[in-house]
Design a protein around this ligand. Structure first.
Ligand SMILES: [Fe+2]
Ligand SMILES: [Fe+2]
Length: 341
């Protein structure tokens, strides 16, 4: 090492290593539940390429249907395509803070799963549009044109949060990060199970079943770590969690419900275009839940999370949009949010 003063000849044992340092030289295991989840992750590995793509005849759909279904996958991509680097960053953190071995492995599995989900988005969009990017595709229908504009705005909004996330990860303890992760996982598990149940196209049905199962495991990981850490959570961390839950609601609503205008910077006809795409997709057998159903789901997911936080007396934020009362959170800054999907 250039510039490093040699010390080994001057002392018997090396000095203490300054922390945080990226790797532990230990494999402690304290949380048995995480070992179980890891084993399940190993058993349940799947490959998006090996789904029954040969049964998928894209020409049996009209161009409007293709563009409408691809729009939904693009909307999902705004969240899922950011997930691999988001969890890779969190994986590095588990090493830096010398988390126990099963936590490190579980985060490794989440990163891999999210990579699969991203691949799935890419395969679906490429087949449907005959283009590897919804932004590079030349729209064939009026609705397709509008859908592309919606996608460009979603993408722009999603891109605003990466720098915020990168600064948030070193700032907060894992216990705080996990509440945001859990929120995304509860939400994701809910929607994918529904899509799997309602979709008629076999390749999508199977993909959603696999993704939903992955998200269920991710949820179990977050719960296990929360159960481990929340009983000794300092009160200042509890306050951050309350705020992050409100931020998570605003962020994830774009895919699970509808994007709240105070947080998402979108054109006036955005919702109308999205609703039309969803209606066309639904008609074609691609089951996107309807408005009321989405609202019900989202509310249920929030109440689930509230149940977890109540157990540890962590105040829940007010979410008047779905009729949940709680602590009023006035302002949420895009620059310091953690929510992930
Ligand atoms: Fe995912
Ligand atoms: Fe996930």
């Amino acid at each position: 090492m250039a510039g490093h003063d040699k010390i080994a000849k001057t002392m018997h044992m090396p000095p203490e290593i300054v922390q945080p340092n990226v790797y532990p030289l230990s494999w402690h295991a304290h949380t048995a539940k995480l070992e179980e989840v890891w084993d399940a992750a190993q058993r349940e590995v799947w490959d998006p390429k090996k789904l029954p793509w040969d049964t998928f005849d894209v020409d049996s759909y009209t161009w409007e249907e293709r563009e409408a279904i691809a729009y939904w996958w693009s909307l999902l991509s705004v969240f899922d395509a950011s997930a691999p680097p988001v969890f890779a960053e969190a994986l590095i953190k588990t090493y830096e803070v010398h988390e126990e071995d099963p936590v490190r492995r579980c985060f490794f599995s989440v990163t891999r799963d999210e990579q699969n989900h991203e691949q799935m988005c890419g395969l679906a969009i490429t087949k449907l549009l005959g283009s590897p990017s919804p932004l590079e595709h030349t729209p064939k229908t009026e609705l397709g044109k509008k859908a592309q504009r919606n996608t460009a705005w979603l993408y722009y909004n999603g891109s605003r949060y990466w720098n915020g996330y990168k600064t948030a990860v070193p700032k907060y303890p894992l216990a705080v990060l996990f509440s945001s992760f859990l929120m995304g996982e509860i939400a994701a598990a809910t929607i994918f199970h529904q899509m799997a149940a309602g979709c008629t196209e076999p390749v999508f049905k199977e993909a959603f079943r696999n993704i939903g199962r992955d998200e269920g495991r991710h949820m179990a990981i977050c719960m296990a770590v929360m159960e481990r850490d929340y009983p000794k959570l300092p009160p200042e961390d509890a306050a951050i969690i309350t705020k992050q839950i409100r931020a998570g609601y605003l962020f994830l609503s774009a895919v699970l419900f509808e994007p709240p205008p105070e947080f998402w910077d979108l054109p006036d006809d955005f919702i109308e275009v999205q609703r039309r795409c969803e209606a066309v997709a639904r008609e074609a057998g691609f089951h996107v839940p309807e408005y009321e159903m989405k609202k019900e789901n989202w509310k249920k997911a929030m109440l689930n999370l509230k149940g977890v936080l109540d157990k540890y007396s962590i105040p829940f934020p007010a979410i008047p949009e779905v009729g949940i009362s709680g602590q009023e959170i006035l302002e949420v800054d895009m620059n310091e949010i953690i929510p992930v999907f």
